[in-house]
Structure formats: C-alpha cells, structure tokens
Ligand binder design. Structure first.
Ligand code: FBP
Length: 335
C-alpha cells in the first residue's frame, strides 16, 4: 500500500518544523479545503444542479456575475466565517470587507479570495478555479480596509484550486510549492506534486492576442520576437496557449514552464490591467516565486507593490524567470 500523504498531514508536519506555530493555521487551511471540495462537487455537477449561466447581477467590478460566482462566494464565506480563525475576509464578488458575524469569535488571520477564477469558461465546461491569499491581522481589532492592503511579500499562505479533469490544489506557505490531487473516493487531497519548480527557460507564451493593438511597445516587441521564431533574434520557435483561466495557465507553467501575460493596455488608461492585485496577482506571484519563477507588472515586482485598494487591477507578467526578466528589461529600456 503506497503511503499517501494527505494535505492535512503534510501541513501539520510542515508546521511542526516551524517555531511558535499554534496549529490554528492548519485548521484555517482545512476550512478553505472544505469549501473548495464543495465547489469542486458543484462545478462537476454543473447543469445537473442548475448552477450554470448568468445571475443577471453585476459585481463591484461592473462584471455580469455568473450564478456560480455568487454561489462559490457564499460557500467560501459560510465555510470560513464561524471558525474563529479569521478577523475578516475580502472577495472579488463583494465590494467592501466581509465582516465576521458578531456571534462568532474573531481570529488572527485575514482571507482574500477569488471564489471562481476563469468564470467565462464555466458555461463551456472548461477549467476554472479558486484563488486565495492569507494575511496576518492585528489581534482583537475590527479590521479596516488598511489591514488588508499589505504587500504581497507579507502573505502567510497562498493557494489555488484548479477544477479541471482532476481537482488540484497548489499551495505555498513560504517553504516551496506543493501540489495535491483530490481523491474523490476518500474526499482527501493527496500530495502528488511535491516541490514544484518552474524552469527558467521556456518557449511557450500565453496572452490574449486579440488585445494586441492596445499593448505597449515593450510587449509588442516581445511577442513579435516570439512569433518570428527561428527567423528572428530569439532563434527558436515559440508555442502559444490561452485558456482564459489564470489558474489553469499558472498550473501549466508550474508543470512545464512558460510565461503568462495580462499586461497593461491602452484601451482604458485609467485601468492598469485586468487582473486584481489582492486575490489574483499577489497569491499567484507568491506561488510562482516560491517555485523559482518571477512575477512583475513589467516595471515592478508584484510582491513589492503597496496596494491602494481591495479591487485594484495590475498588469501581470509571470512565469519562467529568464523570460520575465527579458520583458522587464524591454520595459525599463523603454522607460
Ligand atoms: P475572473 O476572475 O472574473 O474570471 O477574471 C479573470 C480571468 O478570467 C483570468 O482567469 C483569465 O486569465 C482572464 O480573466 C481572461 O481574460 P480574457 O477573457 O480577457 O481573455
């Protein structure tokens, strides 16, 4: 019988090696896992339980919500608000802070999440996911927005769950990156991808090419050189992918390398990008850097950014270190 290490066992053993750890964090993570198992079940059942399609309502970003955007948000909130580990939450689907109801004790952590990433894929049965970020909070206070607006480098933990052909959880607590597969038979996440790393070199890029005319010159140049392949300065051919689901793109990059870009574009200069810093870019940057990759806006390391808003958008360029550094070099050369 192979010794299958469950996520809970893995975290407890990892925490035992860390000084002054109370075990609260392990329980908090188990609460997140419970929520994601419920979401995995629902996503898998889809039309059988009538959860597909639009909800005829908009979120704070002005995006038409999918029914599952709202349902998955409720599942996360209901799994986390009573456990006594959190002082507050923030979600892509909710404008302000999500408070802990007064009847429940407050804890020393803050949770930020995108309950359903890649939601444009849900009705066409393609990969979607949940992304989460955990921060420490000042004890015994009713957290204000400022308590959430902390640099990505202050994250305690970041993770995502990919609801694909199999349900995978990828996690970091600042000690490398590990991947777990949900064994539907026993309802446990099992360690299947220990110590995931991203190769520094790659010949695969992911970007939504339909936005090309809006990109800045450094990105135009980088993509043009990739498309020229062996006939150009890169002297090698590049492959392209676009799944329209950041979780799936990052999982692919953790598995075989690559570069993912949702750069700044000139369509709406007031909008710095499409992806949100607090619950998309920061957690993914923590994971990618812990796996040996890099994550930048093109001009700044994402984890060094000082957040200015819960739903702030940022340009994102992440993946194989050498490619990210090349694109940052093009930006800095251009100034
Ligand atoms: P949601 O969190 O609203 O799904 O938006 C994020 C996202 O879906 C990313 O997962 C994905 O990389 C990107 O937007 C796709 O954008 P586009 O539809 O412009 O290709």
């Amino acid at each position: 019988m192979t010794n299958h290490v469950t996520l809970t066992q893995f975290i407890i053993e990892q925490q035992r090696e860390l000084p002054g750890v109370s075990g609260t964090f392990t329980s908090l993570l188990n609460d997140v896992v419970t929520a994601c198992k419920k979401i995995s079940h629902l996503v898998n059942r889809g039309n059988l339980v009538g959860v597909l399609g639009s909800a005829e309502s908009e979120n704070v970003q002005g995006e038409v919500q999918k029914k599952l955007d709202i349902i998955t948000n409720d599942i996360m909130v209901e799994a986390l608000n009573w456990t006594g580990h959190l002082a507050g939450m923030a979600s892509e689907e909710i404008d302000g802070i999500i408070p802990i109801p007064s009847q429940y004790p407050k804890g020393k952590y803050l949770a930020l999440f995108d309950p359903l990433d890649g939601s444009s894929n849900i009705d066409v049965n393609l990969a979607v996911g949940t992304i989460f970020s955990i921060l420490r909070c000042r004890e015994g206070v009713e957290p204000a927005v400022e308590d959430f607006l902390r640099k990505g480098s202050e994250q305690v933990c970041a993770g995502f769950v990919l609801y694909g052909p199999s349900t995978m959880m990828v996690l970091t607590t600042g000690h490398g990156v590990n991947g777990f597969t949900l064994d539907q038979d026993i309802g446990e996440f099992i360690l299947t991808h220990p110590a995931m790393t991203i190769p520094a070199e790659t010949s695969e890029f992911a970007i939504n090419m339909s936005n090309q005319r809006f990109w800045e010159p450094p990105v135009q140049r980088y993509i043009e050189e990739c498309l020229q392949g062996t006939e150009g300065v890169r002297e090698k051919d590049f492959n392209m992918r676009w799944i329209a689901s950041m979780v799936a793109e990052v999982y692919r990059i953790l598995t075989r390398g690559g570069i993912f870009m949702y750069p700044y574009d000139l369509r709406d200069p007031s909008r710095a990008g499409k992806l949100r810093l607090m619950y998309e870019a920061n957690p993914m940057a923590f994971i990618v850097e812990q796996a040996g990759g890099a994550c930048s806006t093109g001009r700044e390391r994402i984890l060094d950014m000082n957040p200015t808003g819960l739903h702030q958008r940022v340009p994102v360029i992440l993946g194989s270190k050498n490619e990210v550094e090349r694109i940052v070099g093009y930006h800095l050369a251009k100034g």
